[in-house]
Design a protein around this ligand. Sequence first.
Ligand code: SF4
Length: 430
Amino acid sequence: MPLTAEVPIRPLPPGRDTRMDAIERTVRAGGRLSEADGLALYETPDVHRVLALADLVRRRLHGRAAYFNINRHINYSNICALSCKFCAFHRKKDQDGAYEMDTARIVQEVQGAAAAGATEIHMVGGLHPWLPFQWYCDTLRAMKAAVPAMHIKAFTAVEIVHLQRISKRGAEGFEGIKAVLRDLREAGLGSLPGGGAEVFDDRVHDEAFKGKIRGEQWLDVHRAAHELGLNSNATMLYGHVERRPERIRHMRLLREQQDRTLADWARAQGIAAGPDGAIVLTGPETSYPKRRLPMPGQEGLSTGYFQTIIPLPFYPNESELERLPAPTGLENLRTLAIARLMLDNFPHVKAFWIMQTLPMAELMLGAGADDIDGTVVWYDITKAVGEGNHQETSVKDLAKAIRDAGFEPVERDTLYRRVVRDGAAWDVAE
Ligand code: SF4
């Protein structure tokens, strides 16, 4: 039997949840799940069936491949004009622990990363109150000049809106965002990370991160990036003051935006959109073979798109929401599996090992995840275990975790092209 062949899923016999039968039929047929289905996936006691269904669609898309990359995170400053309640990272100027890196230090990090074989820099920080917009463009230019092949994935949508405010470029709203993104792209920006999305809901926004941009603005920034041909990712920070229906709505809003973004590409590929313009990529191979996954430069794809959904569990330690319990391992597994099932037009689902832990990321590869992120090295924003910001893992450990989970490790670049390498030198495979 081929490894990607679909096997029957055994439901729990006693107390079995009949809603899951209909959901399984929809998933097997390549249909789209509703918000009510999403909630049923959260409520069912048949959690193993939820995980197995997510694994089924993950294998349809990626077979046994599980992706990782060699990357380095740079958090250039933790000084931030805002004070989101869930954030243990930010500091005010002169507060203990406040820091900022200068351009020379950042370039040094990029050179060190290149010497270690990294293909990607992931750079984000706080909303710095006095660094001018020019500093961001100059820093990107200096990074690219030092290592031209390095892909720079940088700045959350929240930072992009902040940069638009300080850029004094004149244009406002969506066009202003686009103008700023154009400048950053010309300076060397390669794609946007998915941070800052949290949960798209006004109640949750006002309670936990008032002052930050709302969901519509976050989506607008990514739409502008996609229109400029930049790919991006999306996150969902859950397990704080939001409720499960709000998580499902968050997923639906991302899915709807991706439908609109992929509409032209789907037409060019001969993929018929479903009701309400649904572009489902997770159906059986007969309807959506793997080669039809959106890839940069493919026929009909003149825009960027969301590559990856990254569910992020909230860690309350040292935040203003310290009283809250962190989500359980089972809730994390279930949420990742539901993200795979609901976000049927996202090519990838990432189990970010820094926040999930590597053992949990390993488990998640069998519950919908096809990516566990990379070597990371330094990460200041949060930590699931231990102290300090040195959070590094080796390619050997990533590959072992993937193999132990029964998958084949595939090194990718930021755009999910296979990497071929000879030591620190690398290229992408055709
Ligand atoms: S989450 Fe981001 S915007 Fe909010 S306080 Fe932390 S660094 Fe600042």
